[in-house]
Design a protein. Structure first.
Length: 312
């Protein structure tokens, strides 16, 4: 269940942002995108996440879903609040949210968006964001153009999730989108328990990104954390730092990472942004398969659980 929404979502969901951008980064064809979405549906995935700011993702996703019965999937999108992600104080006029919502509906070919999220809210501007935009969102919900309201974080500037920790108890948001994983465990300390307490649905984004998917990047990250004093040379081996996670049920670090990201009870669904159908199948098998052994989870929490680094 996605918190108090009553929406029954798949534990694995398909995102259309991130480095792949629904395959736009590598020039995926419409046939490939169609095969990806329908392959996801065949695997039991029923939750799809997109955003107005993800290039043409809304339009492309809408095209792949146009022949799918509306009750067979749940769709989340996002609106932008500022002119760019470089200046979080340069707010758009509130009426632009209405325009964005209507444009998203048109691109997606829908009458209603299930979960409409504020995209990348900066912690320093949370209160102003609520005052400016929440009344508009509330009106859109009353008009039946959106069903539930969500908020997503700017992890780069708020890796300890202080904004979401403040937002969740306020009762305004049905869902949050958070970054939680092996290298980003801070949400487990306070935020995820708060979401259970207040019945807020949790969408887990970016569980696996470059540092976990690329051995060289992971090695460099661990070296950087040792230099910063986050780790000692005895905490993790400098060569293949997370290789000890690989075993019969986790054939690689990526599989182990997805297992870890799906484990907390508060997390309703784990987004995967791959545009490769075989990779999607592997991610689903990892998440739905046996979890990490308890001793490995404990070691991960002991060694990495305290690190809050927005550069990951």
């Amino acid at each position: 269940m996605l918190g108090r929404t009553g929406l029954d979502v798949s534990l694995v969901s398909l995102g259309t942002g991130g480095p792949s951008g629904f395959g736009q980064s590598r020039g995926a064809t419409s046939e490939e995108q169609y095969a990806l979405v329908h392959g996801a549906l065949d695997m039991g995935i029923n939750f799809f996440d997109t955003a107005a700011g993800y290039r043409k993702s809304e339009e492309l996703l809408g095209q792949t879903l146009k022949d799918v019965p509306r009750d067979k999937y749940i769709l989340a999108s996002k609106c932008s609040l500022t002119t760019s992600f470089q200046d979080y104080s340069d707010f758009l006029p509130a009426e632009r949210i209405v325009e964005q919502c209507e444009q998203s509906l048109a691109r997606l070919g829908l009458d209603v968006i299930d979960v409409y999220q504020l995209h990348g809210v900066h912690p320093d501007y949370y209160q102003e964001t609520v005052e400016r935009f929440y009344p508009v969102l509330d009106k859109l919900r009353d008009q039946g153009k959106i069903r539930f309201l969500g908020i997503t974080e700017t992890f780069q500037v708020d890796p300890s999730h202080k904004m979401l920790e403040h937002a969740v108890p306020g009762g305004l948001w049905d869902t949050i989108m958070v970054k939680y994983g092996i290298l980003n465990q801070t949400a487990a300390h306070r935020l995820l328990p708060l979401c259970i307490e207040h019945d807020v649905g949790v969408l887990n984004m970016a569980t696996v990104r470059v540092a976990l998917a690329t051995p060289e990047a992971l090695t460099n990250l661990v070296a950087d954390w040792i230099e910063k004093g986050f780790l000692t040379p005895n905490d993790l081996p400098t060569d293949d730092p997370l290789g000890w996670l690989v075993d019969d049920v986790s054939p690689n670090v990526v599989a182990a990472s997805y297992k870890f990201g799906a484990e907390p009870p508060a997390i309703s669904t784990v987004l995967t942004g791959t545009a490769n159908l075989e990779h999607l199948r592997e991610n689903v098998e990892a998440i739905l398969g046996p979890g990490l052994p308890e001793e490995k989870k404990q070691r991960l929490a002991y060694v990495l659980g305290h690190i809050a680094d927005g550069g990951v």
